[in-house]
Design a protein around this ligand. Structure first.
Ligand SMILES: NC(=O)c1ccc[n+]([C@@H]2O[C@H](COP(=O)([O-])OP(=O)(O)OC[C@H]3O[C@@H](n4cnc5c(N)ncnc54)[C@H](O)[C@@H]3O)[C@@H](O)[C@H]2O)c1
Length: 352
């Protein structure tokens, strides 16, 4: 059994999902970690058994022992570190979003081509067992043509602060951070139709509401409420070449009565919801039926989704196959996200 030596760059909040999934993989040897914050990197190394600790990712990438890396750093570094890693001969699993701009995304795509190495975008929602099951149903024609999808990722209070709310480092607010998940999942389920136009709005009305007490929320490893240069919320209508459309709304904060994550897709033979709970809608014997598939989890399961993302990464390296979330999909999603910001800025529909 070949052992793959892996390094994790960025050891903040989400890295633990990568680290624990690598640790549990029978063919992976978790060798190294790297973070700008040495203490944080050292703690991760101790907890997950990595022997090498770096504060400069270039040093980790220069280590010939390492075959592959996960990149779990701020969004502004994803393109730069991915390109450096590919050129250093490493396979890459990069957290979502792929990067901040289409131009950066195309540069990463070029590096994948020239290096011949594999890059998997961390669109973790695709790897959830329920999502894979529904995708199989769709492939087998259960829903017919999926022509409309609607998704919400509404946090009433949940601006993570720090780099997330600094547009220079994040590239944007809730759209690029959580909107990316629901847009990608709908697009993937719809069979990845070509996006042709976007009409969108973004709002900065409420600020980060760091004054609010008695309600906790996800925070960056280095939480700081001082700087907030990102939108509070965004909504968009995305049109596809095949006539299908996708409507989304997302927020870090909104005067909503509760958080709301919902993902719904509609076809001409049936429909389904992924969030908050998997349900298939169909017609049997002239009767509308709602079917609740009996699976381990009713909704999205963080642990199994990350484990299958990492398992798929290792399998793809081992078998020399293209991952189900390749760099090309990262590029397409960046076109949609950047189109949404452009449309909101112009106050008009934008052709992609
Ligand atoms: N897939 C998911 O569900 C999910 C969830 C949360 C975050 N994320 C993504 O993961 C990434 C990290 O998010 P997070 O919540 O862990 O943030 P975080 O702030 O908790 O951690 C980021 C870490 O990266 C380190 N870092 C930044 N630049 C670096 C560099 N050049 N070299 C080494 N280390 C560097 C920081 O010091 C910090 O420890 C982001 O891209 C985010 O979008 C994905």
């Amino acid at each position: 059994m070949k052992t793959f030596n892996v390094g994790v760059i960025g050891t903040g909040s989400i890295s633990s999902m990568h680290l624990q999934s690598y640790m549990k993989h029978p063919e992976v040897n978790l060798v190294a970690v790297c973070d700008l914050n040495e203490e944080r990197a050292r703690q991760a190394a101790d907890k997950y058994g990595a022997t090498k600790v770096f504060t400069d990712y270039n040093e980790l990438l220069a280590d010939p022992e390492i075959d592959a890396v996960s990149i779990c750093t701020w969004n502004n570094t994803h393109a730069e570190i991915s390109i450096a890693a590919l050129h250093a001969g490493k396979h890459v699993l990069v957290e979502k979003p792929l990067c901040r701009t289409v131009e950066e995304a195309l540069r990463v795509q070029e590096a994948v081509k020239t290096s011949g190495k594999l890059l998997q975008v961390g669109f973790v929602r695709r790897y959830d067992p329920n999502a894979q099951m529904l995708r199989q149903f769709a492939d087998q024609g259960e829903f017919g043509e999926l022509y409309f999808a609607k998704a919400s990722a509404i946090r009433r209070l949940g601006n993570p602060g720090g780099w997330f709310s600094d547009i220079e480092r994040s590239g944007g607010g809730p759209l690029i951070d959580i909107g990316v998940h629901v847009i990608d999942l709908c697009w993937y389920m719809m069979g990845r139709p070509k996006p042709v136009s976007v009409s969108a709005n973004t709002y900065k009305k409420l600020g980060n509401r760091s004054n609010v007490r008695n309600l906790s929320f996800y925070k960056a490893a280095d939480y700081d409420a001082e700087k907030n240069t990102v939108e509070d919320m965004a909504n968009a209508l995305i049109r596809f070449e095949n006539g299908a459309s996708l409507m989304i709304d997302v927020s870090f904060t909104l005067h909503a009565k509760e958080n709301d994550t919902s993902i719904k897709l509609y076809g001409d033979k049936g429909g389904f919801e992924v969030d908050p709970e998997v349900v298939v809608v169909s017609e049997k014997h002239d009767t509308i039926v709602n079917i609740y598939p009996q699976t381990d989890n009713k909704g999205f399961d963080f642990n199994s989704a990350f484990q299958s993302e990492v398992d798929h990464f290792i399998d793809s390296i081992k078998n020399g196959t293209t991952p189900i979330s390749p760099v090309e999909d990262g590029v397409e999603i960046m076109k949609i996200l950047c189109g949404i910001y452009e449309s909101a800025e112009k106050g008009a529909e934008v052709k992609l």
